[in-house]
Design a binder for this molecule. Structure first.
Ligand SMILES: NC(=O)c1ccc[n+]([C@@H]2O[C@H](COP(=O)([O-])OP(=O)(O)OC[C@H]3O[C@@H](n4cnc5c(N)ncnc54)[C@H](O)[C@@H]3O)[C@@H](O)[C@H]2O)c1
Length: 253
């Protein structure tokens, strides 16, 4: 490979970047971070507001509305992205949902939805995008996991199961695709100040959680986006199959 140049190692100019869940709190920060670095954005979400997020970034950014758990919609969208941008360099599997509840009483529908969107849909999207990357011998895949992939969390059995599953899946993909130019990594934030966090971490419970994080605060969406940016850049070419915590030290205990 060419020698790394410190001034361009973080350059993502003209990279075609697919971001799922781009209408959400972290997704919007991801879109801003990649746009700032000159990437061309394909922003995917089931919320039509993803179109407005794309418009904010102007230029070549495009929004795509779909259900990531629907195989046909994923196939059609990936086709449309490749038709529109010519290729896919980076895939950020960021979409996710959370349901909280006691492990002995999670409704089957909640369990299935959490596993379907947080794990199966990530596989579906990645399986659909990967052949385009492998054919060109280049790609960066990043999964948005969670501290819940590393430690147990009260009332989060389905979420922990799905996020832990991402780490195992990513490691297998990293082994299979690394020799073919495609790296696969995970990012695992602690609670992030985004709308999703308000569901489970508001009030007293949130304050107790912050007290257990060595830096004594939750993460900002921008801090998560910067970690993803790093893993998607040339600077991280030797990092494959890793899980990067963005958790202020929460999971080192
Ligand atoms: N917010 C946190 O505290 C936190 C902490 C650790 C990890 N995470 C992870 O970060 C990711 C983003 O979280 P966020 O806080 O931005 O949440 P968010 O709810 O703000 O955004 C999630 C986005 O995913 C989209 N989405 C969900 N299901 C979809 C589907 N079936 N098809 C298409 N789009 C779908 C939603 O419409 C939403 O825009 C998630 O994977 C989440 O598990 C969040």
């Amino acid at each position: 490979m060419a020698a790394l140049d410190f001034t361009t190692a973080f350059d993502l100019r003209d990279r075609v970047v697919v971001i799922t869940g781009a209408a959400g709190g972290i997704g919007q920060s991801l879109a801003s971070a990649f746009a700032e670095r000159g990437a061309r954005l394909a922003l995917l979400d089931r919320e039509p507001s993803v179109q407005a997020v794309a418009e904010r970034h102007g230029g070549s950014a495009r929004g795509f509305v779909l259900d990531l758990a629907a195989e046909r919609e994923v196939a059609d969208t990936v086709d449309a992205v490749v038709a529109s941008f010519g290729r896919i360099d980076v895939l950020v599997n960021n979409a996710g949902i959370g349901h909280v509840g006691p492990a002995e009483a999670i409704p089957t529908a909640d369990w299935n939805e959490v596993v379907s969107i947080n794990l199966s849909a990530q596989y579906l999207v990645t399986r659909t995008v990967a052949p385009h990357m492998l054919a060109r011998g280049y790609g960066r895949v990043v999964f948005m996991a969670s501290q819940a992939a590393v430690v147990g969390l009260d009332q989060h059995a389905a979420y922990c199961a799905a996020k832990t599953g991402l780490l195992g899946m990513a490691r297998c993909m990293a082994i299979e695709w690394g020799p073919r130019g495609v790296t696969v990594n995970c990012v695992s934030p602690t609670v992030v100040n985004s709308p999703m966090a308000l569901v489970g971490w508001a009030g007293e419970k949130g304050e107790r959680a912050k007290a257990e994080i060595p830096v004594r605060r939750f993460a900002e969406p921008e801090e998560v986006a910067l970690a993803v940016l790093f893993l998607a850049s040339g600077a991280a070419a030797m990092i494959n199959g890793a899980n990067l915590p963005v958790d202020g030290g929460y999971t080192i205990r």
